[in-house]
Ligand binder design. Structure first.
Ligand SMILES: [Zn+2]
Length: 298
């Protein structure tokens, strides 16, 4: 049995999967705010509860924002800031009496879709999250490519490729740079573009609805968004050339995105023929917790 934990800023979720990926049990509890030891206790409690209820032990994988520093072994870059600077992996392993694997949530997403989601059976998979932020992960033969510096797949903080004069220098990104892909492809990025055309404030999902209802500004924003997405993915294809790209996160639910996307990617990528499949995620919001469980797929 595989147990996956999705450690979020507001909730901690556990899933238990059998060998075939069938869900045996799922539990969700609020994250103890600002309380590191409390978080450890909640995770240990969820694992004990699942194993007691199901009558068997399991492996434990954790999906969390941030990464474990290769230099110090401490968690960093988590938006659950109380976790930063803590030896999360060591403490969890100690508490649970077994080794624990941990990857950031975008890598877990990519793994979940690569194992039994939209990219099941594919050799090389790039998983993309476009939502509040823009993340990504590379999975090769059902193994997360973590990377030397644990930033493999972080395409959201590359500069927007083939930026036009009007797109430069770009909005400031929280990472300290200007004009990152994330500043264009996040929900806030789409909303900013729409505001600049229409003077109206709408959240991303309502811009998609407005476009469907005939709002010309919303349609223009979506067209530009799709072009920026295509440019950003073309660069990933030029480097990784994955078999499948899976899109997840809130903005991946805008069905308008997919129509004509492959043809646009072909315009930008370094090949006159691109047959990379670009798919919408199958597991939706469950991909993070499922991918955490699959960290022990081999
Ligand atoms: Zn950035």
């Amino acid at each position: 049995m595989r147990l996956g934990i999705d450690l979020g800023g507001t909730k901690i979720e556990l899933i238990a999967l059998d060998e075939n990926g069938t869900t045996l049990l799922r539990r969700r509890v609020p994250t103890p705010t600002g309380d590191y030891v409390g978080i450890l206790n909640v995770i240990a409690g969820l694992v004990r509860l699942a194993e007691g209820e199901l009558g068997r032990g399991g492996t434990v994988g954790v999906g969390s924002p941030g990464t474990i520093s290769t230099r110090t072994g401490l968690l960093k870059n988590s938006n659950t800031t109380v976790m930063n600077g803590k030896p999360l992996l060591r403490d969890l392993a100690e508490k649970l009496g077994r080794p624990v694997r941990l990857e950031n949530d975008a890598n877990c997403f990519a793994l979940s879709e690569a194992v039994d989601g939209a990219a099941a059976g594919a050799h090389a998979v790039f998983g993309v999250i476009v939502g509040t932020g823009v993340g990504g992960g590379v999975v090769i033969d059902k193994q997360v490519l973590t990377g030397r510096n644990r930033i493999a797949g972080e395409w959201g903080h590359n500069p927007l490729p083939w930026a036009t004069e009007s797109e430069l220098p770009g909005a400031p990104c929280y990472c300290g740079k200007l004009g990152c892909v994330e500043t264009f492809l996040s929900g806030a990025g789409l909303a900013r573009d729409y505001h600049s055309r229409s003077g109206k404030q709408l959240p991303a999902h309502e811009i998609a609805l407005a476009a469907d209802a005939g709002d010309k500004g919303a349609q223009a924003s979506l067209n530009v968004y799709q072009d920026r997405l295509a440019r950003s993915l073309a660069v990933v294809i030029n480097v990784v050339d994955p078999d499948v790209i899976v899109l997840g996160g809130g903005l991946s639910n805008m069905m308008q995105l997919y129509m004509g996307l492959s043809a646009l990617v072909e315009v930008y990528a370094f090949s006159d023929e691109i047959d990379t499949r670009i798919m919408r995620a199958v597991h939706g919001d469950s991909s993070g917790v499922r991918g955490a469980a699959w960290l022990w797929s081999s």
